[in-house]
Design a protein around this ligand. Sequence first.
Ligand code: GAR
Length: 229
Amino acid sequence: MGDTFTTRCRFVVLISGRGSNMQAIVNAIEQQGLPADVVAVIANKPDATGLQWAQDRGLTIHGLDHRNYASRQDFDNMLAELIDSYHPDYILLAGYMRVLTPEFVSHFPNSIVNIHPSLLPAFPGLKTHQQALNAGVQWHGCTVHFVTPVLDHGPIIAQGVVAVQADDNPDTLAARVLRVEHRMYADVTAWLAHGRVSLDTDQRVHVSGAANRSFLLTPQGVETTESIL
Ligand code: GAR
């Protein structure tokens, strides 16, 4: 990790549903001509709608029903084996809604990246937009981070913010946060593909050449904070 890849960077993407963040990742690779490939898209639900989109784009897909496995451990063991067969540099979680076992996480050290729809460490878990409204926060957003065995926790790669409006409900808030998610995951994909992301001994992330790794939804669209400071 953190090295400049001499070959193309290999991503395995894990999804559970619609897969709009997966689409942002795939589109970023294509539109920016990144030296990277999504070598497989894997869903823990065979009917995840994102799988069809991935197949239509010519990507290799696997739909695995976690309910067919006796335990979380059994499923994660099989998942790790399948992922290993693709020799990925990074595993990108894009709306993957299943808790990973510590054994799975330690099998891929500093290689699993997640997007979470809140400004971590605030509001881990589910229903993050409702949690934000209940707390009355005026800024909400999303986080891309390296995965550790602790759920929704780990070294932060990037964060994006949206201002909460007085008349927001969880759906309106989710829709605005999602716009930031897509832009932010696309940029993080580029940083990873170019080998710019590293972790120091304090487990803090560094992205070479990036003075700032925050994003902001403005009336003009999603901006990097760097571009408006
Ligand atoms: C996204 O908002 C993502 O941040 C969230 O699920 C949604 C998936 O949408 N992930 C989590 O809550 C993970 N804890 P998508 O399938 O359209 O990318």
